[in-house]
Design a protein around this ligand. Structure first.
Ligand code: CO
Length: 254
């Protein structure tokens, strides 16, 4: 198949119990601007979009029993749920994938928070739930004190998982030494594939890396609000219990 051309990580989706509680961390402590909040009735969720420069953070609160997001919350608790790539023509992309026998949840696009969207089946991308989106014309990144830099994926076989993502989306491999890790560029962002044993045996989306324009200010707010975190050299890691299930690495703008 001809790979689907993707421009950037449009957003990552995080399932939370209550949007109002998650705002306390993502909007008030981290300082991400809340761009919109809507109820998506046919999905049984209430969703909020927060800006992280080229990318967005999508928070999802389940509103009814029996939906995918509700089952995710019951089974796994709060945390990283899906990854969305922006592409120029989501329907052409889905047709192309379907024609190549790639497992899909949506064979044609539907209206979603990010514009026209469609989901691949997780088995198509080594267990990662991937969404494709074509946002409306003229939408552009909003100002934000943080930029999403990397999505970290745990994998039993990072090279094999990288090949799957490259075959589907032609993501360029970025300079890494010959170790077991692999980095794939997506616009200014990246996917970092790491062996599952390095991340507590976890597979799929395991962490996010963001860069802060003013790391000292973010770090002071995290401290003042009693956020559970580890401080390293030039980097903070917020523990999942304080960030609604998400390992969050924060470093300085590069
Ligand atoms: Co989404």
């Amino acid at each position: 198949m001809a790979p689907i051309s993707v421009r950037r990580i449009h957003h990552v989706g995080i399932v939370v119990e209550k949007l109002t509680r998650a705002y306390g961390f993502y909007r008030d402590t981290l300082g991400l601007p809340l761009l919109r909040e809507v109820e998506i009735k046919d999905q049984g969720v209430r969703a909020a979009i927060l800006g992280a420069l080229e990318s967005e953070i999508e928070l999802l609160e389940p509103m009814q029993a029996g939906t995918g997001v509700t089952r995710f919350l019951e089974k796994r608790g709060e945390g990283l749920h899906h990854l969305c790539f922006e592409t120029e023509d989501v329907d052409a992309g889905l047709r192309n994938l379907k024609g190549s026998g790639v497992a899909l949840i949506d064979e044609t696009s539907r209206e979603g928070l990010a514009g026209r969207i469609g989901f691949l089946h997780p088995r198509a991308c080594a267990g990662v739930l991937v969404e494709l989106a074509t946002p409306p014309n003229g939408s552009h990144p909003d100002a934000s004190p943080l930029r999403l830099k990397r999505v970290i994926l745990g994998s039993q076989d990072p090279k094999d998982t990288a090949q799957i993502f490259q075959r589907l989306f032609a993501l360029p491999e970025q300079g890494m030494n010959d170790g077991p890790r692999t980095m794939l560029g997506v616009g200014r962002g990246a996917l970092l594939l790491v062996p599952a044993h390095e991340v507590g045996g976890l597979e799929g989306m395991v962490a996010l890396s963001v860069v802060a324009e003013d790391l000292d200010a973010v770090s002071a707010r995290l401290r003042d609000t009693g956020t559970a975190m580890l401080s390293g050299a030039g980097e903070l890691t917020v523990e999942p219990k304080s960030s609604h299930g998400v390992h969050l690495h924060i470093s300085r703008f590069d």
